[in-house]
Ligand binder design. Structure first.
Ligand SMILES: *Cc1c(COP(=O)(O)O)cnc(C)c1O
Length: 463
């Protein structure tokens, strides 16, 4: 037994070897920790009849662990799915040029909560107020961690122990287990459902109002659409009714967009732009900062100043507050809208690409891909994602690699999709083909796809 343990290498010998291999990446503390862990496991293994490792195999084992710990887990991927605002892939892509603009703010002290004129403490939300006034004519604005937090904060502030009137057609569930009825009960609000799944009328709202009613609520149908025998009440009518009855109206818009973004033309018939909603003079509206807006994760609340002031008094706001990263990112993004420079915002840019441009990009991608794959340019359907226009697709182009062209390489389309994932490329499968939609490709992505496919073809030819 003791003889076997003699094969365990000495710690300082391992340390020296690691230092040699890792060069400038070598960190003594981490190396020591991993060597101890490795030796302990190796000892157990040997005692249980495990195989004896060469010294160099031990070193490589520890180095592998070292790299897996020091390499970043969060990393850039290629989105070839055609879904522009893809929550699993980080939602809206943040603008490289806006990141440059805010770099000096984030890497220095700043006036986040300081009024340098008066030399006194200030509020972090003031930085966005003027922009929302200019863009939407909104009285005031508040920003929290995300839109889910905004919904919770609003219910908790205005409807704790009171009723919120909601259409049965809008009791939504969105990804990540956010369900309106549950959010409402957790916030202390009482749900008062009205109408039916497919039809809700203004009179349903009127009849529901009683002395315990606090709010008339509307939720955007972000991820489903209803058609056929359906009726919902326009938000404008809800605002009017709320005003008459001295109640708060609130619209959870999910994914708000500015008409200024330029995609009003294609979106308008599905949902109104923020400017249109602001014109209705609503009590409160909330939406996400990283869906169609194309900024950073945030829940943006705008509306009446008196109500925003109430929200600011809620202790919960301290738990939901955003930091300088979010405020700087949103301020610069909103500035881009105000100045009409929406091309800087990747989400706008990607959604606005036209068919001719997309076709050219698909052709360029097809030329880069090794001909073993018989790449074929095809029209595709891409989606905005991010809780907007769930039933509407955007015409796009892509490159298809069909199953039959993969046979000589000893692959099928599912194996290809999986292999591409190992190169950080996310594509989709459709009718026995792998589809790479070019709408969502960013600078350098075509080359990265071509390189991955070249490597795959090379590996297959070698086998
Ligand atoms: C996306 C969405 C939310 C949640 O927004 P997050 O910013 O993801 O927290 C809430 N309501 C609706 C209608 C949505 O579409």
């Amino acid at each position: 037994m003791q003889n076997i343990l003699r094969h365990i290498p000495k710690t300082d010998k391992l340390l020296k070897a690691l230092q040699r291999e890792l060069e400038s990446n070598f960190n003594l503390n981490l190396a020591k920790k991993l060597i101890l862990e490795f030796l302990e496991n190796y000892r157990q293994d040997l005692l249980q009849g495990g195989e004896i490792l060469e010294f160099q195999a031990c070193v490589q084992c520890i180095i592998k662990q070292y790299h897996s710990l020091t390499q970043k887990s969060l990393k850039p991927l290629v989105n070839a799915t055609g879904i522009v605002v893809h929550t699993n892939l980080g939602r809206s892509v943040f603008s490289p040029s806006i990141l440059q603009e805010i770099y000096p703010i984030l890497t220095r002290y700043n006036n986040l909560e300081y009024n340098e004129e008066k030399g006194c403490r200030s509020e972090r939300y003031v930085h966005l107020k003027g922009l929302f006034k200019a863009l939407l004519g909104a009285e005031d604005v508040l920003v929290v961690n995300n839109n889910a937090a905004a919904v919770f904060l609003i219910f908790n502030t205005f409807a704790k122990g009171k009723e919120v009137v909601v259409s049965r057609g809008e009791l939504i569930e969105i990804g990540g287990s956010f369900r309106i009825p549950k959010v409402m009960s957790d916030s202390g609000a009482i749900l008062h459902e009205i109408g039916t799944t497919n039809k809700t009328h203004l009179k349903d709202y009127k009849e529901a109002i009683n002395e315990n009613t606090a709010m008339l609520f509307k939720a955007h149908k972000s991820n489903y659409a209803m058609s056929g025998f359906v009726k919902e009440v326009e938000f404008g009518e809800i605002v009017e009714l709320a005003k008459m009855q001295n109640l708060i109206d609130y619209y959870d818009l999910g994914s708000g967009y500015f008409g200024l973004s330029g995609f009003e033309k294609s979106l308008k018939k599905f949902e109104p732009a923020l400017e249109e909603i602001a014109k209705l003079n609503p009590s409160l509206v909330s939406f996400s900062g990283d869906k169609l807006l194309g900024g950073a994760q945030a829940g943006i609340i705008f509306g009446k100043k008196a109500l925003i002031d109430e929200l600011k008094k809620n202790q919960l706001l301290r738990m939901l507050r955003v930091d300088k990263f979010t405020i700087a990112a949103l301020e610069a993004t909103l500035n881009a809208y105000l100045e009409g420079k929406t091309d800087k915002i990747p989400t706008c840019h990607l959604l606005l690409k036209d068919k001719a441009e997309l076709k050219q990009e698909a052709e360029a991608l097809a030329r880069l891909i090794p001909q073993d794959f018989a790449p074929e340019v095809i029209p595709t359907k891409s989606y905005s994602g991010g809780g907007a226009m769930p039933s509407h697709y955007l015409d796009s182009f892509g490159v298809a690699i069909e199953a039959k062209s993969l046979t000589p390489l000893g692959l099928d389309e599912e194996q290809l999709e999986k292999s591409l994932r190992s190169f950080g490329i996310i594509a989709r499968l459709e009718n026995c083909a792998l589809i790479l939609d070019v709408r969502t490709l960013l600078a350098g992505d075509k080359e990265r796809i071509a390189e991955a496919l070249k490597n795959l073809a090379h590996l297959k030819h070698k086998n």
